[in-house]
Design a protein around this ligand. Structure first.
Ligand code: SAH
Ligand code: SF4
Length: 388
C-alpha cells in the first residue's frame, strides 16, 4: 500500500516536473533542500552549481551539468525541468530588430523584442503581462484587455530564449549584445510587481545573467501606489509614460491618471528610491499630432519636470490599424525637441525601430484567447480598468 502510494507520487512528479526557472536563489535552495533532503551547506553548494549552469551557461538539460554526480543529475531530471517556452514566430526587421512571439501555454502568447544599438549595446524589451488592464488610447496592447500576469519564470524565460537566439552563452559580463532590459513590452509591470521584482533579482544576480540593475528599466503608466516598493525591492531604473502635461488631457490619454493625478505622480518621482543625477528617471512622451505636440506643451513639460533628475524620450507615435491618432509631423517633433534640448535635455527623439515587423513601442498585441472569468478570479489578478 505504502509502496503503491510512493509509486504514485513519483509518477505524479515525473509527469509534472517542476520548473526551476523563475525561482529566486533563496527559493531554489529551499526547494532543493526540501526535495532532496540536503544539509544547508550541501543545498547552498548545489544551488550555486545549478544556478550557474542555468543562468551563466544557459543549459536546458541536467545531464550537461558535469560537475554534479550522475545519480544526482538523474534525480534532478526526474524532479525538475529547465524547458523554455517555445518561440512560435520570429521576425527580423531590416534594421536588425528581432520580434519573438512566445507560447507560454496553449493559446497564451507573449511578445518580446530585441533592439540592437539601443542602450549600451542592445536592449530586450520584455512583457510583464499578456495584454493590459489599462487602456491608454494610443496603445495597441491596451485594446487587447488582460489575459493574465506573467510569472517570474515567464519573464526571465523571455531573456533566456533571446540569448539562445542570438547565441549569447556563456553570459559574458564584458562583451555582450544583450546589455539592457526594458519592461516596455506588453502590460503594466507595476500591476505585477512581485513577479517583476523576482525576475529582476534573477536577471541581476552576479553569478548568472549578471545584468546591472542600472541597465534594467521598468516603465509604468503611473501606478503611484507601487512605485516606492518597486524602487526598494529592485533598485531598477524607472521610466514614466507621461504623454501629457496637464490632468485634463492625461485623464483621456492615460486613464490611470483619473486615479493618480499628475501632482501625485510627480511627487512619487521626487521620492523614488535611488533617483539622482546619475540615475535619472526617464519620461516618455508619445508625439500625437494636434493632441499633445504644441510648443506651449513642450515648455509646460520642461516646467513640470523641474527639480526631478530627468531624461526625456520623445516617441514618434507608432500607428496600428484603426488607431485614433496620427504621429506628429517631423518638423513639429523637431521644434518640440528643440525647446526640450534648450532646457538641457540631450537628444530626446527615440527612433522608431522594427516598424516593418510591427515591433515598435505600443504595437505589441498577441492573439491570445481571453481566459474565462472564473479562472481570472482564481489567479487573483489586478483591478480591471473600471476600478481605475
Ligand atoms: N505599460 C507600461 C509599459 C509598456 S508600454 C507603460 O505604459 O509605461 C511602453 C511605452 O510605449 C510606454 O511609454 C507607452 O506609453 C508607449 N506606447 C504605447 N503605445 C504606443 C504607440 N502606439 N506609439 C508609441 N509609443 C507607444
Ligand atoms: Fe497598458 Fe502601457 Fe499600453 Fe497603457 S501604454 S495600455 S499601461 S501597455
Amino acid at each position: 500500500m505504502v509502496k503503491l502510494e510512493l509509486a504514485q507520487t513519483l509518477k505524479d512528479q515525473l509527469s509534472r516536473p517542476e520548473r526551476l526557472i523563475g525561482l529566486t536563489r533563496r527559493r531554489l535552495m529551499e526547494r532543493l533542500s526540501a526535495d532532496l533532503g540536503l544539509s544547508p551547506k550541501q543545498a547552498k553548494m548545489r544551488t550555486n552549481q545549478i544556478w550557474q549552469w542555468i543562468y551563466n551557461f544557459g543549459v536546458t538539460d541536467f545531464t550537461a551539468m558535469t560537475n554534479i554526480a550522475k545519480e544526482m543529475r538523474a534525480k534532478l531530471s526526474a524532479l525538475y525541468t529547465l524547458d523554455r517556452p517555445r518561440i512560435v514566430e520570429r521576425q527580423i526587421s531590416t534594421d536588425g530588430t528581432r520580434k519573438y512571439l512566445i507560447a507560454l501555454e496553449e493559446g497564451i502568447e507573449v511578445e518580446a523584442v530585441f533592439i540592437p544599438g539601443v542602450g549600451r549595446k542592445g536592449a530586450l524589451c520584455v512583457s510583464s503581462q499578456v495584454g493590459c488592464t489599462l487602456n491608454c488610447r494610443f496603445c495597441h496592447t491596451g485594446t487587447q484587455g488582460l489575459v493574465r500576469n506573467l510569472t517570474a519564470g515567464e519573464i526571465v524565460a523571455q531573456i533566456l530564449v533571446c540569448k539562445d537566439d542570438i547565441d549569447e552563452w556563456p553570459s559574458s559580463k564584458v562583451d555582450r549584445d544583450l546589455s539592457n532590459i526594458v519592461f516596455m513590452g506588453m502590460g503594466e509591470p507595476l500591476y505585477n510587481v512581485e513577479n517583476v521584482a523576482d525576475a529582476i533579482e534573477i536577471i541581476a544576480d552576479d553569478e548568472g545573467i549578471a545584468l546591472s540593475r542600472r541597465r534594467i528599466t521598468v516603465s509604468t503608466s503611473g501606478v503611484v501606489s507601487e512605485m516606492q516598493r518597486l524602487g526598494e525591492m529592485t533598485q531598477a531604473m524607472l521610466a514614466i509614460s507621461l504623454h501629457a502635461t496637464h490632468d485634463e488631457l492625461r485623464d483621456q490619454l492615460v486613464p490611470i491618471n483619473r486615479k493618480h493625478k499628475l501632482a501625485e505622480l510627480m511627487e512619487a518621482c521626487r521620492t523614488y528610491p535611488g533617483a539622482s543625477n546619475a540615475r535619472r528617471i526617464t519620461f516618455e512622451y508619445v508625439m500625437l499630432k494636434g493632441v499633445n505636440d504644441s510648443l506651449a506643451e513642450a515648455r509646460a513639460l520642461v516646467k513640470l519636470l523641474q527639480g526631478i533628475p530627468a531624461k526625456i524620450n520623445l516617441i514618434p507615435f507608432n500607428p496600428w490599424p484603426d488607431a485614433p491618432y496620427q504621429c506628429s509631423d517631423w518638423e513639429q517633433i523637431e521644434a518640440f525637441a528643440e525647446i526640450v534640448n534648450q532646457a538641457g535635455y540631450a537628444s530626446p527623439i527615440r527612433t522608431p525601430r522594427g516598424r516593418d515587423i510591427a515591433a515598435a513601442c505600443g504595437q505589441l498585441k498577441s492573439q491570445s484567447v481571453k481566459i474565462r472569468a472564473s479562472q481570472r478570479r482564481k489567479a487573483a489578478l489586478p483591478p480591471s480598468p473600471n476600478t481605475v
